[in-house]
Design a protein around this ligand. Structure first.
Ligand code: SAH
Length: 353
């Protein structure tokens, strides 16, 4: 049996079924055995592949988007350029390369990264060593200055709790055990204040997911944006409101049972974008756009054609497939969404018009 599964079974033996939140925390970030603390979790040889690992065009366009927004806002300086969960550092590296077009932008920024995985932090150190980033331990360390922040496929890895609508209130979906196997169980029905508002749009048996940890990350960045200006660009798969079971595991690029092999699979769930911004005020929120539409607004097709001119044969085919994967409605184009949060006094960013 996997040693991490054993550890989880022991915890359930000692104190009863655990929340999905607790299960995800252990399966993904146990110091030694958690999925993200093992070597190579991301990339074609790892378990799953993210947009920046598919093509450099993704990071380059996001980089140009940010430089343009900085210009549209009057070029505040100095400012923090922040990425949450930078993975292998590919997105940041592509983004910085395209930002070279405006040297003053790069001269004015302090590069900060927030990363919880030890093995990915090492990869970031290698891939971004020429850019002198600072790794923050928490967002409380953010400097008092404007911030341009980015989170790609970050919120989907933050642990969730799942609730099933009962006759009157909610039952929490928990992780329990039967022999040596982990299995889902339901708590008794109880009144749950944070989901009071969802009683009116759900019926018995519906599942709703909440991600309590996400609000801390949002708030830490919003405080700086409200006070000093800036933008927080969030890209992830999800919807404007949670409904249904989206808790899933990917192992070797294949869907797997999320309870089967803790520590060997990436665990995620769709992001509830509406819940992220539900209780925030004094700040502007863009419309929620599909990634395909957003990247096309930023000129991905034009950029792709320019790159295609220098490619032939198999290379050209790979390039075309990569662009299609990012924008096609049948692939990432609709499932992945983009949302920007920015200061009230600033304009709606390009790409959202
Ligand atoms: N943005 C990257 C990686 C996405 S995977 C890309 O697009 O390729 C999710 C990333 O978030 C990983 O780097 C993971 O280690 C990090 N992460 C997850 N939870 C975190 C937390 N609570 N604090 C900091 N980093 C976290």
């Amino acid at each position: 049996m996997l040693p991490l599964k054993n550890k989880i079974l022991k915890e359930i033996n000692a104190s009863g079924p655990i929340s999905i939140e607790r299960y995800m925390e252990m399966a993904l970030f146990d110091r030694k055995l958690g999925y993200y603390n093992k070597a190579n979790p991301i990339g074609s040889k790892g378990t799953f592949i993210t947009a920046p690992e598919i093509t450099q065009v993704f990071g380059e366009l996001i980089g140009l988007f940010m430089v343009q927004y900085w210009i549209d806002c009057g070029q505040f300086k100095p400012f923090t350029l922040l990425e949450l969960g930078p993975g292998k550092g590919t997105l940041m590296s592509d983004l910085l390369r395209s930002s070279l077009i405006v040297p003053d932008y790069l001269d004015s920024c302090n590069l900060c990264l927030l990363e919880k995985s030890h093995s990915l932090k090492e990869q970031q150190m290698k891939n971004l060593q020429d850019t002198n980033p600072v790794w923050l331990d928490s967002l409380e360390e953010l400097p008092d200055q404007p911030v341009i922040a980015l989170a790609n496929e970050f919120f989907d890895t933050l642990p969730i709790r799942q609730f099933v609508r009962g006759k009157k209130y909610w039952q929490e979906r928990l992780v329990g055990k039967s022999g040596d196997s982990l299995q889902f169980e339901l708590s008794p029905e109880f009144e749950f204040k944070p989901l009071e508002g969802r009683l009116k749009d759900t019926s018995e048996g519906d599942i709703v997911e909440i991600r309590t940890g996400a609000l801390g990350f949002i708030q830490g960045i919003l405080d700086k944006i409200k006070k000093y200006g800036g933008i927080f660009l969030i890209i992830d798969y999800g919807e404007s409101q949670s409904l249904g079971d989206t808790f899933q595991a990917l192992e070797a690029n294949q869907y797997a049972n999320p309870l089967a092999n803790p520590g060997s699979a990436d665990l995620t769930s769709h992001v509830d974008f509406g819940a992220l911004v539900k209780d925030i005020d004094d700040i502007s929120v863009s419309p929620l756009l599909g990634q395909g539409k957003f990247l096309q607004n930023l000129g991905i097709l034009q950029r792709s054609q320019i790159l295609a001119k220098n490619l032939t044969g198999e290379e050209l085919e790979i390039h075309r497939k990569a662009i299609d994967r990012l924008i096609s409605p049948h692939q990432m184009g609709n499932l992945f969404k983009v949302m920007a949060i920015y200061a009230n006094r600033q304009p709606l960013p390009q790409g959202f018009h």
